[in-house]
Design a protein around this ligand. Structure first.
Ligand SMILES: [Zn+2]
Length: 671
């Protein structure tokens, strides 16, 4: 009799090996963290003498589940913001919060909270991509789980790096520090093609090949992402990464929702794996990944929960069930993605994707003892047809079993959970510490939500934060070419002139003191009335910004500018404005110097709201009350040249003009 540490006997053993052997009265013998034997109980107990033998009568013994794609520290952001579109959720909420709160302590706590949940749900191994992965690794090592942990690389500053150069340096150190750990594989995660560059992706690939570690990334998550890639790079997302060489390193691509057959073939040829995340995809309605076709094509497809802020849990039983239901409903064919195949995705395919195919993912002699025991005697699991239907065990596991039925969990032969008690994590502490974070983040968010400027700053990376001050006047003019008289003056020089068509949408808020946000699209018009370029900007105007000098010239200030790289819809959903006003005008703009002092001269024709005639605006930037006063005098002088009576000055913005369609009201529409 050979000595072993542990034998689990009399269980229904799902090996998830190539042949999908199921052993009805089976046993697994474990020694030194390794599987020594898998077979009939009678056979195993006759050959091995164990320090401990545990009967698993009425239970399933199977390999621990592999969560191939997640972002575990985000467990602390669970429930922070939901029921939003991807860009509003990510750029409006998650990224600003991450910049503010994500640090080593956040990552360690979030990782531990997530590991506790995953162990309870039968997950023994996972692939993570986040920041401060060295700290994530510390926490995961403590829990006893197995993981591939990938440091995220972005083209923008990240919570743990000023630039991608720093991220790559961090990743190299991280790999060197963790690569000999028995349960942790360090890896590299260029976040996605849209959030990196071809150069960053190539550098990531080189690093992955140098250290023989995997690449994790997000590919083709939505049809919109593919369209944008086509527009900007002349290639779909997957063709772009096949071309730029990213897929030359072993890659796990999360999502692949918008993928065509040619791209599936590319993925197969490159040996890349797909991590399917059905909950995250359906929650933000990205679409349904064509899993059945990918599998048929021979692509290795694994299953993931994605991050707990976008799912919102880490439950692979839910993912398995949803994955197969979606495959069936999207193809109209209930034979697609049968239960056995989806369990394969959640076990052996997952291990293979993470580069751990020889280590875990199935119960086979020589593999590490990463396994779970599931209680099949719960009410919702009765009765059993396992005698008459060999596939019934898979149906049971995928369609009926709940994650709370997982009784025991072992990794490397070490107990992580026994009789549903966690042995490596202090659960009580997690409740308190994670709630403390939620309280702090919640307070930060509720303060921000009532401050329009802070909301704008949160999403505007390249914002001009400085305040600007302007003196300006506006007068109606009958003849737009009257300005030529001004330009004919000896002390006036034209520096530049340009013709715009401007589409403005003003966001007004419930609280009139909250300020106003303007979204402006500037279409530059060429000599033949063609649009030569388009630029969008956001401007925040402080409500307390205006006062009158010289009776009619206005000094406005506190304007903050930022490029608007998102569609109008994004800002509308993000700012929750109470009301909107639209302003459309043709603007001819001259940048002039009047006695060496710079001014802007505008001749506007406003079509929305419909205002008759033309308007002349003269304005200049200013820095002090004294300077503003001097410039106001100069503006009045220019009006004098044009023989315009200052009494005609209208101290109103166009949007504040009385509406011709709605007498007495403003031209505004409710959103
Ligand atoms: Zn993800």
């Amino acid at each position: 009799m050979k000595p072993v540490d542990l034998i689990l006997t009399h269980g229904n053993v799902l090996t998830m090996n190539e042949k999908l052997d199921v052993i009805a009265d089976g046993a697994v013998a474990i020694a030194s963290g390794c599987i020594q034997e898998v077979g009939l109980t009678q056979y195993v107990v006759s050959r091995y003498a164990a320090t401990e033998t545990i009967s698993c009568q009425g239970k399933y013994i199977l390999p621990g589940l592999v969560n191939a794609h997640t972002h575990i520290p985000m467990s602390l952001l669970r429930g922070l913001a939901d029921d939003l579109k991807l860009d509003v959720w990510l750029i409006g909420y998650i990224m600003p919060i991450e910049r503010e709160f994500v640090d080593p302590a956040f990552c360690q706590l979030g990782a531990t909270l997530a590991c506790a949940e995953m162990i309870r749900g039968g997950i023994t191994c996972f692939g993570d991509m986040y920041y401060f992965e060295s700290d994530v690794a510390e926490a995961v090592a403590q829990t006893g789980m197995r993981a591939v942990l990938a440091e995220t690389i972005l083209k923008f500053p990240a919570p743990d790096a000023e630039s991608y150069v720093h991220s790559l340096a961090y990743t190299r150190d991280f790999i060197l520090r963790w690569r000999s750990h028995p349960r942790i594989t360090p890896a590299i995660a260029p976040h996605a093609p849209y959030s990196t560059t071809d150069e960053i992706m190539a550098l990531c690939r080189d690093l992955a090949l140098e250290f023989e570690v995997p690449i994790f990334t997000h590919l083709a998550e939505t049809p919109a992402e593919v369209e944008e890639s086509q527009r900007n790079f002349g290639h779909s997302v997957i063709r772009r990464v096949a071309e730029n060489g990213l897929l030359d390193a072993p890659t796990v691509a999360a999502h692949c929702v918008a993928i065509d057959e040619g791209e599936m073939l590319l993925m197969k040829q490159k040996g890349a794996s797909v991590a399917h995340n059905p909950s995250a995809n359906t929650k933000i309605s990205s679409g349904i990944a064509p899993i059945a076709s990918l599998l048929e094509m021979g692509v290795n497809v694994a299953l993931g929960t994605d991050g707990p802020a976008s799912n919102n849990d880490l439950d692979m039983f839910e993912e398995m069930r949803l994955a197969t239901f979606l495959a069936k409903t999207s193809t109209g064919d209930p034979t697609q993605l049968p239960a056995w195949q989806v369990l394969q995705m959640a076990t052996s395919n997952g291990a293979k994707a993470l580069g751990l195919g020889d280590i875990c993912g199935s119960l086979e002699i020589g593999k590490r003892a990463d396994l779970i025991v599931i209680d099949s005697r719960q009410l919702h699991n009765f009765p059993h047809y396992t005698q008459s239907n060999p596939l019934a065990v898979y149906s049971q596991l995928v369609y009926a079993v709940k994650s709370s039925d997982v009784l025991h969990s072992l990794v490397d032969g070490q107990w992580l959970m026994r009789d549903r008690e966690l042995l490596t994590i202090d659960e009580g502490q997690l409740y308190q510490e994670s709630q403390e974070y939620a309280d702090r983040i919640g307070e930060f968010l509720s303060n921000r939500e009532t401050d329009v400027l802070r909301k704008l700053v949160a999403i505007s990376m390249g914002m001009e934060r400085g305040e600007t001050y302007e003196v300006q006047i506006k007068v109606p003019i009958a003849d737009p070419w009257i300005v030529e008289e001004l330009f004919d003056q000896e002390d006036v020089h034209i520096l530049r002139s340009v013709h715009y068509r401007q589409y403005d949408v003003y966001f007004h808020f419930e609280d009139a003191n909250a300020g106003m946000v303007r979204y402006r699209e500037d279409d530059r018009i060429g000599a033949n009335d063609e649009v030569t370029s388009v630029r969008s900007r956001l401007t925040y105007t402080n409500p307390m910004s205006e006062r009158s000098i010289l009776g009619s010239v206005i000094l406005s200030h506190s304007r903050f500018y930022s490029l608007a790289d998102r569609p109008l819809r994004f800002y509308r959903e993000y700012f929750h404005d109470a009301q909107e006003t639209e302003l459309i005008k043709e603007r001819r703009r001259w940048h002039i110097q009047f006695r060496e002092v710079p001014f802007f001269v505008h001749v506007d024709r406003v079509s929305q709201p419909q205002l008759d005639g033309h308007f002349l605006e003269i304005k200049s930037r200013t820095w002090s009350a004294e300077d503003a006063d001097a410039k106001a005098h100069m503006i009045l002088e220019m009006l004098g040249v044009l023989e315009i009576d200052p009494a005609n000055i209208i101290p109103l913005d166009y949007i504040d003009f009385p509406d011709v369609d709605q007498p007495g009201g403003l031209s505004s529409s409710s959103t």
